[in-house]
Structures are given as C-alpha cells and as structure tokens.
Design a binder for this molecule. Structure first.
Ligand code: PLP
Length: 447
C-alpha cells in the first residue's frame, strides 16, 4: 500500500489549501451541492484519505459505503487501466462487449436465491431503483408501489417520491411521482409498545395499510432497504423482512430489496437479505459494486426481468466498460480477501467499543447495525428518547477536527454512522473509536 496507514494532522482541518479551494467551490459549484467536510482530497487508500494540505484522515465513511474494497484497490486499478486503454465506450445497446456480461453473470450468481436470474446495468443507485420499479410494473401490469417510513431510495423524481425524509431531499422539488404509498417501518428502538412487539405489530400495520389504502391487486411492488441507510441504519427485527417478503409472494407483489448501501459485503454477508434467508424478487445494487466507479444493477427473477419489451431498459452509459472492469476487479478483491469475513471482524472490533460507550454515556440511546455498517443514535433524554441532532452534529465536527471522517444520518438527524472501507486496518479502527470517544467526552464536558 503506497499510502502510509497513519493519521497525520499537518494543519488545522480544513487547512489553508482546502480553504482556498472551498472559496473556488462557492464561486463555481451550485450551492445546492453540499459538502460535509471541506477538505479536498488528493490521494486515498486503505483506511486513509490524504488532503491537499498533507493531512491524513481516518476514513469512517467510504464515500458513503462505496469504497468497500478501499480506494484505488490494486485489482480495480489494474483492470480499469487496461480497459481505458482498450476502449472507453461503445454503448452496450449499440455494439456490446463481454465485460457487461461478466458483471451480470456475477450479479446473478452472487445475489440471494438459486433461481434463474437476469440483470441490467445502470449508472447510479437511483437509476437502479427506478428501473426495478419499471420492471415490477411491466411484469405485473399494476401501478402502486409501497415504501417505508425512513426510506431512502435516491434523488430523482420517482426516487424522491419513495424517499421519506423531506429536508434536504424533497423540500421545494415537488410534485412527486404518484402511486407511491408509505407504511410504518419496523424500528425496534422507537417502537411504541417495545422492541419485542415490533416485528409482529409492524407487519400487521403493513398488511392492513396495503389492504385498506392501496389494495393488493393494485400493488406492483414493495421496496425496502434490508437495513435502512440514510434513515439511520435502522435494522428491522428478526422475522420482519421474511414476513413481508412471503406476504408479497402470496399476493403476486414484487418484493424489491434496495441493497444499494447494504450490498457487496458491507454487512458481513454478500447481501444483507441473506442474513435471515430472504430471497428478493428484484435486487437493486450500486455503491460498493465497483470500487468507486459509477455503476448500478438490477438483478432478479428471469420471468420478471424478461417481461419488459425490447428497448424498454437501458441508457447511454449504463454498464460502461470502464465501470464494469472496476466492478470485476472489486468483486475479485471481495472474493480473494474474504471481505464479508472482514466486515464481521470489523464489527467484532467496533460493536463492543460502541456498546461500552453506550454504558458510559447516557447520550447514546441505541447502538445498532451489522458488519461494517454500524451506528449510534444520540438522545438528550434516554427515557423520552428525544433525538439530539445538535450533539450529533457537534460530535461529528469534533471528530473531523481530529482527522476522523464520520457521517451523520437519520430522519431526525441524530445518528452517527460508521462505514469504514473494509481495507482499513485494526489500528486505524481502534484509533478512530478513541477519537470518537474523546469527542463525546469533550462534548459532555463543554458548557
Ligand atoms: C445511496 C442510495 C441510493 C441512491 O444511490 P445514488 O447512486 O446516490 O443514486 C438508493 N438507495 C439506497 C439505500 C442508498 O443508500
């Protein structure tokens, strides 16, 4: 690894060069494109981001769960360099190429279920979700789509409609696509009658809502993130996803798993659905699939995926050969380095530390997640579970000052989430947790 795996604070965060670039950003880039931490990155690899001022930051974000294999992973770099020299684009819909087939074959083989599958490739997660909905509607001849509270499915018009949170994703951008219906999510920590009742009661509410407000026979699809991402790393209780999936099957409804954030080893399995043996009809993937290059996929039952008329799916760049080469390098890395296993080891290092912090600090109301997708939910009052988005923002910023890249999440903005690249070393993980703990101590000590 060419980048020394060591945190370095060479200047204040952000340093002078980053500050200058941030001024240029204000003059050149739409204000609508926000920046969490305005340090401008020059190189990255392993678990380290190197900025233009020579600071080396510990990465607990992976560019939002994208660089699962690490930045500039050798197998990705090698394949991309070869591909970019051979050819960069023909458009798969005009004159195709083998790399696209190889990615689809890998998706068909790796995703849950051993039924006959087909895949199609796109550029972004939102585009994959849109296409999964297109497939479900075409295959069923139905229109309604059911999504959950706290869901995040993207920022295009249809996916904004599926996304639950208003600010910043939907505010002032309506009207939204219609025939989208929302049901309560099984959110154990905030379930009114207690987490032990969450699975059964949430499932009953789901069934009753779809029956009463939508009608099973009108429902094309139910879409769910097996662990919700932007909504706050909400892990549904055991049994909930299987009940929903089985009920969909009984009613001829397409069950879509949005595994864009959870997929490709992040949660300790290749896909989070596997954890309780759920086999989705369609599965949307993106983020971790291609080591940082833009690529997304929809994979599902052959009879659904093939129900669409010729030419109904596609796009100019979807399954671009360079992005496909990157995906093949990323998948090869995941296999060779047993990255599902690595995600479980990361969990075994991080979870006990986070749980100990929760015992120490009342502020931490909940610790949850799976594999290398972990979070703490911060509350100002443990018994009332009052969300504390202010403390969340301040602690996250304090981590940034110390050279640890952390992200926030949650409908109430009170979740600190951790998504380290699976290429991070144990020492950086531990150091990151030390920084987090110190930031909480410092926050609680400040008036
Ligand atoms: C990020 C994300 C999306 C959207 O992906 P983009 O590539 O940003 O369009 C959709 N669903 C989930 C669960 C995500 O985490």
């Amino acid at each position: 690894m060419s980048i020394e795996q060591r945190r370095v604070l060479a200047t204040a965060i952000p340093g002078p060069k980053s500050t200058e670039l941030q001024q240029r950003k204000k003059a050149a880039v739409s204000a609508g494109v926000g920046v969490t931490l305005p340090v401008y990155i020059e190189r990255a690899g392993g678990g380290i981001l190197v900025d233009v001022d020579g600071n080396q930051l510990i990465d607990f974000g992976s560019g939002i769960a994208v660089t699962t294999v690490g930045n500039s992973a050798p197998r990705v770099v090698e394949r991309v360099q070869r591909q970019v020299a051979d050819f960069t684009h023909t458009c798969f819909m005009i004159t195709p190429y083998e790399e696209y087939l190889e990615v689809c074959e890998a998706l068909n083989a790796l995703t849950p279920g051993d039924h006959d599958k087909r895949s199609a490739l796109f550029n972004s997660g939102a585009e994959a979700v849109e296409n999964a909905i297109k497939v479900a509607r075409a295959a069923t001849g139905r229109q309604a789509v059911v999504a959950f509270d706290h869901a995040y499915h993207g920022r295009t018009n249809l996916t904004m409609a599926l996304t639950a949170k208003n600010m910043p994703y939907k505010q002032s951008f309506g009207p939204f696509a219609n025939e989208i219906y929302r049901v309560p999510m099984a959110y154990p920590y905030r379930w009114p009658t207690g987490s032990e009742h969450c699975a059964d009661e949430a499932f009953a509410m789901f069934v009753n809502t779809v029956h009463a407000q939508v009608g099973e026979a009108n429902t094309a699809a139910v879409i769910v993130e097996p662990i919700q991402g932007e909504g706050g790393f909400i892990v549904p209780p055991p049994g909930f996803l299987s009940m929903v999936a089985d009920w969909c099957t009984e009613n001829g409804i397409v069950f879509i798993a949005d595994e864009i954030q959870t997929g490709f080893c992040r949660t300790g399995d290749w896909f989070a659905s596997e954890f309780e043996g759920v086999v989705p009809d369609l599965i949307a993937t993106a983020k971790g699939i291609a080591g940082g290059l833009p690529l997304a996929g929809v994979t599902g039952r052959a009879e659904l995926m093939d129900a669409v008329h010729v030419g109904g799916l596609g796009g100019t760049y979807g399954g671009n050969p360079v992005a496909c080469a990157a995906a093949l390098g990323a998948i090869e890395t995941m296999r060779a380095e047993d990255l599902p296993g690595r995600a479980r080891i990361i969990s075994s290092i991080m979870l006990p530390r986070l749980r100990t912090m929760a015992e120490r600090f009342e502020l931490i109301g909940d610790v949850r997640g799976r594999g290398a997708m972990l979070a703490i939910e911060l509350v100002s009052d443990r018994s009332a579970k009052t969300p504390d988005p202010i403390a969340t923002g301040l602690i996250s910023s304090a981590c940034h000052q110390q050279g640890l890249v952390t992200l926030t999440a949650g409908t109430f903005g009170n979740v600190l989430r951790f998504l380290p690249p699976l290429s991070i070393g144990d020492e950086l993980l531990t150091e990151g947790l030390d920084i987090l703990e110190a930031a909480i101590v410092q926050h609680l000590a400040s008036p």
